[in-house]
Design a protein. Sequence first.
Length: 675
Amino acid sequence: MTAPHSPQQPSAAPQVPEPLWEPGAERVAHAQITRFQDWAAARHGAPATVPGDPAASYAALHRWSVDALPAFWQAVAEWFDVRFGTPYETVLADDSMPGAQWFPGATLNYAEHALRAAEDPARAQDAAILHVDEDHEPRPVTWAELRRRVASLAAELRRLGVRPGDRVSGYLPNIPEAAVSLLATAAVGGVWTSCAPDFGARSVLDRFQQVEPTVLITVDGYRYGGKEHDRRETVAELRRELPTLRAVVHVPLLGTPAPEGALGWEEITSADVEPEFEQVPFDHPLWVLYSSGTTGLPKAIVQSQGGILLEHLKQLGLHNDTGPGDRFFWYTSTGWMMWNLLVSGLLTGSCVVTYDGSPGYPDTDAQWQVAARTGTTVFGTSAAYVMACRKAGVHPGRDLDLGALKCVATTGSPLPPDGFRWIHDEVSPDMWIASVSGGTDVCSCFAGAVPTLPVHTGELQAPSLGTDLRSWDPDGKPLVDEVGELIVANPMPSMPVRFWNDPDGSRYHESYFEMFPGVWRHGDWITLTSRNTVVIHGRSDSTLNRGGVRMGSADIYEAVERLPEIRESLVLGVELPDGGYWMPLFVHLAEGAALDDALRDRVKRTIREGLSPRHVPDEIIEVEAVPHTLTGKRLEVPVKRLLQGTPLAKAVNPGSVDNAALLSFYEQLAAERRS
C-alpha cells in the first residue's frame, strides 16, 4: 500500500477520505461475520453488532477477539462445528510466544473437515474442484469423486507404511491431483510438503532434503505458455538425492508411462473404499511450508492440523465470506502458501477453482477469462497482475461475463492506489476489493478482507479477527497514523509450532522474536490508521532511510511504475562503508522505451513531486529484468548485500531466484564501484 505523502509526516487530525466502495445494507446483514457476531454475543460474551454502523460493529468485535482470545477461538470452533475426536481441556493453556499451547487434549483431522460436504447426498455430484488449464475449459471433480480418490490414496499410503508424522512430498502443479495428495496425507496424519514443477532440482532438494520424505508424488512435466516442459530428468535426480523415499507416484500430466519402480496415479486412486481419518492432536503437523531461502537454506515452517483448520475457517468463512454457494479461485502455484489456502476453500464447502498455466496466456486477460468461465465468486490474484492488466488496457467488466464475481482479492505485494481504481473502473464499480497482507509464516492474513466494511483506495480494510496487530516504533511504543514495525502482540493458532531441524528453537526465535521478545515481529513496515485501516509500505529490512526520513520501497514502485515506459523497478538504500548512502533505482523498461535524459527527468520529477524530494534516486540504471524469489517477490535485500560487496555465494541462494543469471549484473556493478 502507499501513502500520498512521505509517511514520516502524519497529520495531526487525519481527514476521513471518501470510500471507493461500501457494502449495501443487505450485504452487511447477510454476511457470515455479522451473523457470527450476533451469535457470539448471545453465547460467548462478544459485543453485539451496532445497528446501522458496521465499522463500529467490526471494531468492537475485533477488540474482543484479541482481548478474549480463548472465548473468540472457542466461538470460531463452535460456529464452524469443528469435530473433535476427543474434547479439549481448555482453549489456550499457555499464551507464550513462541510456545503457545492451543486446545490441549483435543484430537481432530483437517481432511475430514475438508471433505464434509461430500457427506451430503444432495451435494455429492456437485463440483468440489473445477480445474482449468490453458485451454480454459473447466473440468469438474465432484465431491463424491474427490472423497473416493482421497480415501483410495490414503489407503495406499498406509499400505506403503506412511504413519502419522511421516512426510509426503509433492512435485506438482496446481492440479486436482495435488489437492487429493494433500488431503490423503492429512487423512493418515502425515505431513505434506510441496514444490511447483518449475522449481529446479537444487531448489526442490534444498527444501525436501530437510524434511526427508517417505513418498514423492510427481508429474512427468507441465504445460506453461503454450509449451510442454518435460521434468522427467529432474524427477530422476530427486529420486537419487532423496534416500528416504519408499515410493514414487507418477502423475502422467504429459502422458508418459510411469518410470521403473514408480506407482501409477490411476491405479492407486481408483479403489472404492471408505475414507479413514486419523485423529491427531491439535498441534500435530499438517504441512511444511518454506521461506524464500534467498540467503541460505529456506526455513522449513511447520504448521498444525488444528491451528490451520481454525485459522482458515475464520479467514475464508468470516473474512472472505465464502460458503457452499461460492466458487473460490486464486491464481497460485503449489510452491506458494496461497495454494494451501486455496485448497482450504473446501473447508467452507466452496467449490475450489484450480488453474494450471501461465497467468497471461494466451492473452493478458487469461485469469479474468478463467474467472468468467468458472462463475468465480471470489477471485484472488497478485497486485502485479492487476497492474499488468491496467498497463495492457484490459477491460474485464466490458468484455467478459463476471456477473457472479463479488470480490477481487490481491496479495503478494501491496496493491497501489491505481490498482484499486482500475478494478473499480474496469471490473465493476460495485466490486469488493480486498487487498490482504499476511505471510507464509502463518499461512493466513494479518489484515485485509472484511465484507461489512468500506474500501478506501490504497488501504487494507482492517486487522483480521484474532490478530492483535500493532505498529511499533524501535522502542516498542505503539504508533497510530505513523509508520512502524508490524507486530502481533498475542499468539495466533496458525503460527508455526516449530521449524524443521531446529531442535532448540533458536532459528524460530531469531526469525520473529529477537527484536521484541515475547511478541511477533513480522518484518513489514505498516501504518495503522486512526480509522482502523492498514497501510503496508513494504519490508522493514529494505526501508529507504535517507537523512533520517524513512520510506517504504512500495511507495517508490507505485509512483514510478505508473509511467508507461517502466515495466518494473527495484529501488535500494545502500549503506556504504565510509558512512555514505547510495540510493540507485533499477528499471526494466517497456518494449520500445529508452532510458534517455527525458525519461530520467520524468522519473525523478515523479518521485520528487509525488512522494519526497529526499528520496529521488542517486542513479537510474537500466536492467534486463528485475530478479524475484520463486514466489514472485522482488529480491531487495540480497541485491542490496551484493551491492555492499558481499560475495554472490553468501549474499543469495541462486536456487531461490527466478532467474539467477540476472544477479551477475549487480555483482559486476559492485566490483566496478569498488575499483
